[in-house]
Design a protein around this ligand. Structure first.
Ligand code: GLN
Length: 556
């Protein structure tokens, strides 16, 4: 992989342009640092500032692309093909910050780059050390986003303060004020004030201790954001301020939001976080305009319809494994004045019982992407049920490949038809490996990745949804629809309505006879935002809404 970091534009070379915000987390993991960072980005953008978002992940993997969704949740893919942490999905949904490979660094990448330099002889004569070589590399990663057009770079540090592997990152950001001036850096620390039922009170000690750990390293947080399930109350705020050596106004309560993650930024506005940041960094910002965001939340709160979508997958019990899919369904619901109830269905369970039991009462079925054979037969069953019962179906990546397998077996009568990913010597390889993939042996970052153009057939459901015939969507796969089967498929009623511009790769299939049966080789979920829902998700939920009305009328 090419080294990502070019000559880093240091602050002093550009006359002190971008300011830096570092977001760290303490006490426990899963505090919602990503959401909080994304919310800060949104608030600053809504004050007219140009923001860049970045996540530094202390694990050793070069990227999360090779990790199981059980370990890491979804892998979020960017336009440039970077396989990144799912927090980048929050950044893209909340802000307009352009994201690229430079938006996510891991310990693995940092070391890979330093070791490559050492091998090239760039440190000849020197001992290569964590300080300064690794820390310099980390700082370069942050500086790479601080281009002259940027007002604020927000860098979120993965993990929890106190983790061994996070130390070089903390040391690097500790050095930042020396490089760019104290006035240009802001350290925001996110902590938890747990409520102890037995004591009947919120506890501030964990916050004090995690701030203590930061101070030992030499970082003095400027703002504390405290996650809590109940209001902190003035007494706790006073206590935290006193023990952690910050002003009372610098202790911001972030109370759990029951309704939606999109409420988080508004909670922070209530505590004047945007103004605090603007004042502390002396940013010349406009007034805050959250009107579109508030209107979107208002629409979410007042749905007129309800639809139930079955998501049939393999990591169904893991809430983060299909994160962007669930978010995109929610956005499409808001666009359709509908509340989307999601029924998460374990694909394997469909293999042992009548699909009717698990799938009746749905208004639409979605099969998301995936790898490996477990659950594939269950997915095929679910798709058959959707196709035969006129139930709206949306297939994504593996969900498209399974739709092709199902159609081959049950409509074309190609018994045992399969993907060569699962049965290498299948008699009917309707899904096969992309030509470009055949020579590749390395696993990391080697799939067909990132934005690819797609040309749509004009008289198709998808062209109707997009309202255009040239689109760009993000990919992450090694297998594709076998072009040899295109003619028999379209003759039997499944047509390729989207292809690569040269016409060679099938990117979308549809069943025109069906009310709404669309399956795509790409991942539209990565481009859906609450204010800009993805047209295919919107079309799918609209079809589900129609189905729901019909179902209610017929008492199905
Ligand atoms: N496993 C399939 C492939 O590699 C599908 C990938 C996916 O769903 N992201 O082509």
């Amino acid at each position: 992989m090419a080294a990502k970091i070019q000559m880093a534009p240091r602050q002093d070379e550009h006359g002190g342009m971008a300011k830096h915000i570092f977001v760290t987390g303490g006490v426990v993991s899963s505090l919602g640092k990503g959401l909080t960072s994304a919310s800060i980005g949104l608030l600053l953008e809504q004050r007219g500032l140009s923001v860049r978002m970045q996540k530094l992940d202390p694990y050793i993997n070069v990227d999360p692309g090779t990790m199981s969704p059980y370990q890491h949740g979804e892998v979020y893919v960017l336009d440039d093909g970077a396989e990144t942490d799912l927090d980048l999905g929050h950044y893209e949904r909340f802000t307009n910050s352009p994201l690229s490979r430079d938006s996510n660094y891991t310990t693995g990448q940092i070391y890979q780059s330093v070791i490559a330099k050492e091998r090239r002889g760039e440190f000849l004569g020197k001992t290569v050390q964590v300080v300064p070589h690794i820390t310099d590399e980390i700082k370069d990663a942050v500086f790479s986003l601080a281009t002259p057009d940027v007002d604020v770079v927000i860098t979120e540090l993965g993990g929890t303060v106190g983790d061994i592997e996070g130390m070089p990152f903390l040391e690097a950001i500790r050095q930042f004020p020396q490089d760019v001036g104290k006035e240009n850096c802001l350290f925001i620390h996110l902590t938890l004030a747990p409520y102890l039922k037995a004591a009947g009170e919120l506890k501030t000690k964990p916050t004090q201790q995690s701030v203590g750990q930061l101070r030992q390293i030499g970082i003095h947080p400027d703002i504390l954001i405290v996650r809590t399930e109940r209001p902190l109350g003035q007494e706790n705020i006073n206590k935290i301020a006193l023990f952690c050596n910050v002003e009372k106004s610098e202790v911001i309560e972030e109370i759990d939001k029951e309704f939606s993650i999109y409420e988080v930024p508004l909670g922070l506005v209530d505590h004047r976080l945007d103004q605090l940041i603007v004042d502390k960094l002396e940013l010349s910002a406009g007034t805050l305009d959250m009107s579109d965001w508030r209107a979107m939340l208002q629409r979410m709160r007042t749905p007129e319809h309800e639809v139930t979508i079955g998501v049939v997958g393999k990591y169904i019990e893991h809430m983060d494994a299909y994160k962007s899919i669930y978010e995109a369904l929610g956005h499409a619901g808001t666009a359709n004045q509908a509340k989307v109830l999601i029924k998460r269905i374990e694909a394997e369970e469909l293999e042992n019982q009548d699909p009717e039991v698990l799938l009746s009462g749905l208004d639409g079925i979605l099969v998301p992407g995936g790898f490996g054979q477990r659950g594939v037969e269950g997915k095929v069953q679910a798709i058959r049920f959707a196709r035969e019962n006129d139930l709206p179906y949306f297939g994504i990546c593996l969900g498209m490949q399974c739709a092709v397998i199902e159609f081959a077996r049950n409509v074309l009568g190609l018994e045992g038809a399969h993907s060569t990913e699962f049965v290498a010597d299948t008699e009917h390889p309707v899904i096969c490996m992309l030509e470009e993939q055949k020579k590749i042996t390395f696993k990391g970052g080697t799939m067909r990745l990132g934005a690819q153009p797609c040309t749509l057939q004009s008289d198709s459901v998808v062209a109707d949804c997009y309202k255009e015939t040239e689109v760009d969507e993000r990919h992450r796969h090694r297998y594709e629809f076998n072009p040899e089967y295109r003619n028999p498929f379209s003759a039997a009623g499944m047509s390729a309505t989207g292809t690569s511009p040269d016409g060679n790769l099938v990117e979308i299939v549809e069943v025109p006879e069906h009310p709404w049966f669309v399956a795509v080789q790409f991942h539209p979920e990565f481009k859906s935002k609450p204010l800009v829902p993805h047209p295919l998700f919107t079309g799918f939920v609209e079809a589900a809404r129609t189905r729901h009305q019909k179902r209610m009328a017929m008492r199905l």
